[in-house]
Design a binder for this molecule. Structure first.
Ligand code: ZN
Ligand code: ZN
Length: 486
């Protein structure tokens, strides 16, 4: 039993924090979510009344209510009041997962080069899959998107970038690719919106070029020619990268700007607290995300945002959940800027993908693309000479046999280290999400021990600068990893 300390939550009620850092409420929320997954995500069914749930988990009303808020935030279930009330399973959309990931990636400082690298690894695969499984309906949709793009070519206000990419993600039939492409496309759009104002002629020219490239991709998909679709999409993304170079937007500049999109949460049924959390988050970003900075006391914030105390407190809970900010009590206290952690977005993404019914094959496809990209990047880096990095990888290969009692949840340290050395936070985060899903589905089975020999062989090829062999060995190694999937 983990020892627990009591701290004070945003509403002044005691909140139990366990050693692992999560609150008791967060653990209860996790158990509720596991139940929903185990039952096959039965939308509309009840998980029990508030009283029933309190008894089942043996927790106080305030702890259960905080757990319910988290589950509601994940769109896993919603509490209905009244005589026939209870906690009902609901159907999530990609919103919360996307927001969580964007919060984290923005905080760690993702550059447009990182985004384009990830897009080049994933989107051509989606285009290839879309070509393989295209239907008449899919053809109609692609044509409609292109027609709309063509119609809007003279309108500088119309954005013609996103729909085709999002549609190819959807047409790939791979839930993981679809979600990742969604995130990447949104992030890239945010970046291009912050670049300098272009002249009418520049806008018109770039729109014409993009439309031509999009048409080439769509033609190949419609023709069922997967190889050509992949090549055309890769060429298009290279051209987007070149466009960014041409307009001298530094490729290494960080994405900035509002991260929690107000339109994403201000729709019908949107909660005021989520809108407010979005505004506060925006303010934190605008001030350069200074961890430890005091944004103001509760009274200051009530005046600044003109909301009720209840709404502010719920918004603070959401910000605390994403580690965007924390409320500190007492003199010198107030809402304090925090450092986001990847775990919140990993959990939310993994949950959403569970709901989408992701398959082992879907995961395998995406994991291959990401890990092979990472291997290529690291090989390139080590060829330029980086003894510290080489030493780090060597340690990661040896570690499992030397320290067998290492936390099994950490999984394959070698892969995590490779991802870290590739230096692309998008790829590292995506890989954690995939690993988390593999881990969840292997639950109850023996977790395979990291294969130190396979890792050593991969590292050998990397150190020799032979990217071809290194990638081949990684591909073979990943084939052995699909666990007893259930
Ligand atoms: Zn495009
Ligand atoms: Zn491995």
């Amino acid at each position: 039993m983990a020892s627990a300390v009591e701290t004070e939550s945003a509403d002044g009620e005691p909140r139990i924090e366990t050693e692992s850092g999560g609150t008791l409420a967060a653990r209860i929320a996790h158990r509720i979510e596991e139940t929903v997954i185990r039952r096959g995500w039965p939308v509309g069914e009840t998980l029990g009344s508030e009283v029933g749930l309190r008894e089942r988990f043996g927790v106080s009303r305030s702890v259960l209510r905080e757990a319910v808020r988290l589950v509601e935030h994940h769109q896993v279930a919603r509490m209905r009041r009244g005589p026939n009330g209870g906690l009902f399973v609901c159907a999530p959309d990609a919103g919360p997962a996307t927001r969580a990931i964007v919060i984290y990636l923005e905080y760690v400082g993702t550059s447009v080069a990182d985004l384009l690298e990830a897009r080049l690894l994933l989107e051509p695969i989606a285009a290839g899959l879309a070509a393989d499984r295209i239907t008449e309906e899919g053809i109609e949709t692609l044509r409609a998107i292109l027609a709309e793009e063509f119609a809007g070519r003279d309108d500088p206000e119309s954005s013609s970038e996103d729909p085709l990419h999002l549609m190819l993600g959807a047409l790939s039939g791979n839930a993981v690719l679809r979600l990742f492409i969604d995130v990447l496309t949104r992030l890239t759009a945010r970046y291009t919106h912050t670049s300098r104002k272009l002249s009418r002629a520049e806008v018109a020219e770039s729109k014409a070029v993009r439309h031509e490239e999009h048409s080439a991709v769509a033609d190949a998909v419609i023709a069922g020619d997967g190889a050509r679709a992949q090549t055309a999409l890769a060429a298009h993304l290279e051209s987007v990268a070149a466009w960014i170079e041409k307009y001298r937007v530094p490729r290494a500049s960080r994405i900035t700007g509002a991260v929690v999109e107000p339109e994403a949460v201000e729709g019908p049924g949107a909660k005021l607290a989520e809108v407010l959390a979005g505004r506060i988050h925006e303010d934190i970003t605008e001030r350069g995300w200074q961890v430890g900075m005091v944004l103001g006391s509760e009274t200051d914030l009530l005046t600044r945002y003109g909301v009720s105390r209840a709404v502010l407190r719920e918004a603070v809970r959401l910000l605390e959940y994403h580690s965007v900010a924390r409320m500190r009590r007492g003199p010198g206290g107030g809402l304090i800027v925090a450092a986001p952690e990847p775990q919140a977005s990993v959990d939310t993404m993994a949950l959403y993908l569970e709901y989408q019914g992701v398959s082992a094959a879907d995961l395998h496809t995406v994991r291959n693309a990401i890990e092979l990209g990472i291997v290529a990047r690291v090989t390139e880096r080590l060829t330029e000479g980086d003894p510290v990095a080489a030493e780090r990888l060597g340690r990661a290969v040896r570690r499992p046999s030397e320290e067998p009692s290492e936390d099994p949840d950490k999984g394959d340290l070698f892969h995590t280290e490779l991802a870290a050395l590739a230096g692309n936070p998008v790829l590292s985060l995506f890989l954690s999400i995939l690993t988390e899903l593999f881990r969840r589905h292997a639950a109850g089975h023996e977790q395979p021990m990291p294969d130190a020999q396979a890792h050593a062989h991969i590292l050998d090829a990397i150190l020799r600068g032979d990217a071809g062999i290194a990638r081949h060995r990684m591909r073979r190694h990943l084939d052995t990893l699909t666990p007893g999937w259930r």
